[in-house]
Write a protein that binds this ligand. Structure first.
Ligand SMILES: Cc1cc2nc3c(=O)[nH]c(=O)nc-3n(C[C@H](O)[C@H](O)[C@H](O)COP(=O)(O)OP(=O)(O)OC[C@H]3O[C@@H](n4cnc5c(N)ncnc54)[C@H](O)[C@@H]3O)c2cc1C
Ligand code: SF4
Length: 454
């Protein structure tokens, strides 16, 4: 997966030393800390934190349960709304969601209630004797889900809960989607992503078929014929290109591919690590990439963005993480040319400086070169179009759905990152999957068989 960097030396340090760089970003609360934090909640009527949560978790309710020492009750309340509550507690940008809207987040009190950490406390410390949810009586319906990421698995779990059987088709050899292959290692350390999948699957009625890729060995029209409904949770698997010559040169690769290799590595000391790296992008993926390569031992990491700091889509919290890890952020510079050494390998990049003129981003004619052994692209993801055909209407480069997550083809639904409009957050994908499951369940009780469009 990272052949492009095989000419670079491996990470300096033993696997153990490197793994220590990827432990929990935010340590868990102790029982005492959780009790003190829970006591700060005002149990607001019409709690704004709950309205700000894309999955509508009853935040005040679960915090009250923690205060009453009913940890299983707190965890149940969270999971009822969000079956990925464990990973969302770790990866959600709470600073722009629930915690931002907490009434205690004001200049006088300064700190919101630490909702994310309390959610994690509840889920880490719950001791259910079995799976906490019981399936409804069997409906006799079977639904195909394509993609075992947060959207697909959330949909599968909710469909199973409602009494349906589900077959999930997943292209990779593991389930979890970006929770397994994409999220920064220090946010979801260890085997947490797989443990969460195992927990979710314990409801029963869900079977995952691995190595099944739509467009290769899976045909959408066949699924449409064979199953009562189909849900597409394909995510955004294709990395956008810079469109520059030299883009295929050794030393230049997609940040998501490197992160996937890092997350799957049994021995971190075997990963190739550049001494100097450039990361191009302005979102959380770019920050994650820059921080992780720094933690693997790169000496000099520069994140380059063509606009100003205020336009970066990475949250303020993420940018602080980058700064704390000594990532240099270079703004107002647009990629112009990949610089190669005499062996045709990446030696750096030339950028053209930019500025805003009458509301438009313009190039200034001034140039800057940054030396690097590796360049990581983190300029966004697009949908893999393979196997989707023309009948699914698109909006931009994503699938168009209605408010019930129905695509243009009756019987086919979609959710998560692959639909428009999208917020591209784990919690949003989970909510899409859940709501789509309810829509599918309601529709298939009444529907007559829909034909594949010709
Ligand atoms: C590097 C990175 C870091 C991120 N960090 C955060 C974060 O900190 N917090 C946060 O909230 N969000 C984060 N996100 C976004 C978040 O991971 C996604 O919004 C979320 O995973 C979307 O879920 P999904 O199920 O729609 O797609 P995915 O998680 O992408 O899952 C899609 C699944 O479908 C499978 N698939 C794709 N195509 C096919 C096919 N043709 N046939 C069969 N299977 C297929 C894939 O293998 C995958 O398992 C990050 C994203 C990236 C890229
Ligand atoms: S807004 Fe803050 S104080 Fe109010 S219920 Fe939510 S977490 Fe508690």
């Amino acid at each position: 997966m990272i052949e492009s960097l095989q000419h670079l030396p491996p990470a300096a340090g033993s696997n153990g030393e490197l793994a220590a760089q990827f432990t929990d970003l935010a340590p868990p609360l102790s029982a005492r800390q959780a009790a003190l934090e829970a006591a700060r909640c005002l149990y607001c009527y019409d709690a704004p934190c709950m309205n700000a949560c894309p999955t509508g978790i009853d935040v005040a309710g679960f915090i009250r349960n923690i205060q009453d020492d009913n940890i299983d009750g707190a965890a149940y309340g969270i999971l009822k709304a969000n079956i990925f509550g464990g990973s969302c507690a770790r990866v959600c940008p709470t600073e722009i969601l629930c915690e931002q809207s907490c009434v205690r987040n004001n200049p006088v009190e300064r700190d919101p209630v630490r909702i994310g950490l309390l959610q994690r406390y509840a889920l880490d410390n719950a001791r259910f004797s079995g799976h906490p949810f019981t399936r409804a009586p069997a409906t006799g319906k079977t639904i195909a889900v394509v993609g075992a990421g947060p959207a697909g698995l959330s949909c599968a779990h909710r469909l199973a809960l409602l009494g349906n059987d589900v077959v999930v088709y997943e292209a990779r050899e593991k389930a979890g989607g970006l929770n397994e292959f994409g999220i920064a290692k220090y946010k979801l350390p260890g085997d947490f992503a797989q443990e969460e999948v195992d927990f979710l699957m314990a409801i029963g009625g869900i079977r995952i078929e691995y190595g099944c890729r739509l467009g290769e060995n899976l045909v959408l029209a066949d699924l449409h014929t064979r199953y009562d409904a189909v849900f597409l949770g394909l995510g955004l698997g294709a990395s956008r290109a810079l469109g520059l010559t030299g883009e295929d040169a050794p030393g230049l690769m997609a940040a998501t591919d490197y992160i996937a290799a890092l997350r799957q590595a049994d021995d971190l000391s075997r990963l190739p690590v550049p001494r100097r790296a450039i990361v191009i992008g302005a979102g959380n993926t770019a920050v994650d990439m820059a921080v992780q390569i720094k933690r693997l031992g790169a000496e000099d990491v520069t994140l380059v963005y063509r606009r100003g700091l205020e336009s970066m889509s990475a949250t303020g919290h993420e940018i602080e993480i980058a700064k704390a890890n000594f990532v240099r952020i270079r703004t107002w510079a647009a990629p112009l040319e990949v610089l190669l050494d005499t062996d045709g390998r990446v030696a750096g990049m030339r950028f053209e400086q930019t500025r805003m003129e009458e509301g438009r981003l313009v190039r200034t004619g001034a140039f800057v070169e940054i030396a690097a052994d590796a360049v990581f692209k983190a300029i966004g993801q697009g949908m893999c179009e393979d196997g989707l055909g023309d009948a699914l209407v698109r909006e931009g480069d994503r699938i168009r759905v209605d408010a019930q997550f129905r695509t243009a083809i009756p019987g086919i639904y979609a959710g998560g990152d692959c639909i428009a409009p999208g917020q591209d957050l784990t919690v949003q994908a989970v909510q899409h999957g859940k709501l789509a499951a309810h829509a599918i369940h309601a529709d298939i009780q009444t529907s007559t068989e829909a034909a594949w469009p010709t």
